[in-house]
Design a protein around this ligand. Sequence first.
Ligand SMILES: C[S@@+](CC[C@H](N)C(=O)[O-])C[C@H]1O[C@@H](n2cnc3c(N)ncnc32)[C@H](O)[C@@H]1O
Length: 200
Amino acid sequence: MIQRLPFQYPGTADDVLRLRDLVREALAAIDFPTNREMHVLNLACGRADESGALAAALAPGRIAYYLGIDLRPDAIAEARKRWQLPGGIVDFRCGDAAAIGQMKELPPFDFIFIRHQNYWHDPAAWDRLLGNALAALSPGGLLACTSYFDREHQLLTAALQTRHAEILWNIRHLRSRPLADAPGKSVDRHLAIFRNPISR
Ligand SMILES: C[S@@+](CC[C@H](N)C(=O)[O-])C[C@H]1O[C@@H](n2cnc3c(N)ncnc32)[C@H](O)[C@@H]1O
């Protein structure tokens, strides 16, 4: 993944490096096979600042198709300008990530990522979104989610377990950067990784 534009905010470059290490360590610990081509989906991706970090965490695997979806046109426009995928397809779409079940042309995804999920904001929409994410996984595919705060992480985890997702990894990131203006929140504070037992 090639970054063509610097990040907008100071601190982002260090945050995504920490995220890269966090995801890489988790994938190694759960023995996720990365020596292959992969389809990667980034849901509610915003500016998708983490795209390069995700590609690095999945190495030596090569991303053949990378799709990011978010409701915010400004963020999607910025993501499109920033990221390029030589030898693969990068696709940023403005739209409802809860509707991926209706996007019939999409391939199954080996790795689905949701950074700083937003379950708290709209539980009904996020329940739909999570159900569709599990259904979009390829056999053996993983759904990885990070959260800003503890309660929201618990809600997401409970929602996925209600859908019988198998939890493979769930850690509090000890080096996550606290947000000065939001007590109790920090960048990639939790990481949890799930598998859909039905698509195993
Ligand atoms: C906390 S932000 C995280 C953005 C980005 N993943 C990050 O970590 O920088 C939550 C994002 O979810 C997006 N979002 C919320 N509901 C969505 C939906 N139904 N479909 C697509 N995007 C959604 C918002 O537009 C926002 O960009």
